[in-house]
Design a protein around this ligand. Structure first.
Ligand SMILES: [Zn+2]
Length: 333
């Protein structure tokens, strides 16, 4: 095989998750050249964390025999809120980090342009370019999990807010005086439709003896009630687990109906572990909610699809985004 010339160069996409980090190296056509995954260990502090990110990139480059001088750009999908212009992670509660100037540190270390973007936006951007929503003018991505992430790609660009990313669908208020949300407000969508809120209700049902299959595989500890566990309990016949998850998916669908009335996207991409484990259930419930709640003139305009790219979407989307910024000369190189 002939090695790629220096002019072609490589793009590095990085997905910084609460528990795992994933570095992906891509060629000029954004074909994957190699991946490296390890634990994030956010609790060790931001300085150690940034060192771990840099180390992970350096090891991947060494493994693939690519010198850092051939890197044309680095994109990092991060949990928010972020200062997108300065490239600073303002706060990442899951990692315990505050005010981390990640863009500057990466640019100094690797001598190429870098950018940070919201991790969900990175995934939605990848789906719009290479996955379930190729060719769409407007793609709304919705990823229910521990929380509920969402992102919007409009005419080939990630839709963003003034300083930070936006599209916090999980924090749309849906229940006046409802349960306390992780964000500090009450009654957000996440309090009725995230995996955490469904799991809490399911754990209560299991404690009452109403979900014997779930009790058998996971008990009542929320940390053990994962997406795969819920799917297994439903398959094995726990009717109450199915009812609670369907109710959550229906709530999600009602909020998506509101988003459709605002944005009228071509395609809604549903993704994340929960949807991967129960794709049919989620598509059915969301479509049913849309049929009831989308403004009649808009019914049937937006298509609901399941994400195609799985775990690799974050790193691929981050690489594709920095490539786009460099090619548009939107970042200094
Ligand atoms: Zn909230």
């Amino acid at each position: 095989m002939i090695a790629a010339s220096h002019d072609d160069g490589y793009w590095l996409g990085f997905d910084l998750g609460g528990t795992k980090m994933h570095a992906g190296l891509f060629d000029r056509k954004l074909q994957a050249v190699g991946h490296r995954r390890k634990k994030t260990r956010g609790h060790e502090g931001a300085e150690a964390g940034v060192e771990r990110i840099c180390n992970s990139i350096e090891k991947l480059l060494a493994e693939l025999d690519v010198p850092a001088t051939q890197l044309r750009g680095i994109g990092v999908g991060c949990p928010g809120p972020l200062d997108l212009d300065k490239g600073v992670i303002i706060e990442a509660p899951n990692l315990g980090w505050k005010d981390v100037a990640l863009k500057d540190q990466l640019e100094k270390r690797f001598g190429c342009p870098a950018t940070i973007l919201n991790d969900v936006d990175a995934g939605v951007f990848a789906e719009s370019k290479f996955g379930a929503a190729i060719g769409a003018r407007t793609t709304l991505g919705v990823f229910p999990g521990t929380g509920i992430g969402a992102g919007l790609v409009y005419e080939g660009r990630i839709f963003r807010g003034r300083k930070s990313s936006c599209l916090e669908l999980g924090h749309i208020p849906v229940v006046p005086n409802g349960a306390m949300c992780g964000c500090g407000r009450r009654g957000c969508l996440e309090t009725v439709a995230s995996r955490l809120s469904m799991s809490a209700e399911i754990a209560k049902a299991a404690y009452r003896g109403q979900a014997p299959q779930l009790m058998r595989v996971a008990g009542t500890d929320l940390a053990n009630i994962r997406s795969g566990t819920l799917a297994e309990a439903i398959r094995e016949g726990d009717a109450i687990v199915e009812k609670i998850v369907r109710d959550g998916a229906r709530h999600l669908g009602v909020a998506i109906a509101g988003a459709i009335n605002l944005l009228l996207p071509d395609i809604i991409v549903l993704g994340g572990g929960l949807v991967e484990a129960l794709p049919k259930l989620f598509v059915e419930e969301v479509e049913a909610a849309l049929a009831n709640h989308v403004m009649p003139a808009y019914v049937g305009t937006s298509e609901v699809k399941v994400a195609k790219l799985g775990d690799d979407a974050g790193a691929l989307g981050a690489a594709a985004w920095i490539r786009q910024l460099v090619e548009e000369k939107a970042v200094k190189s």
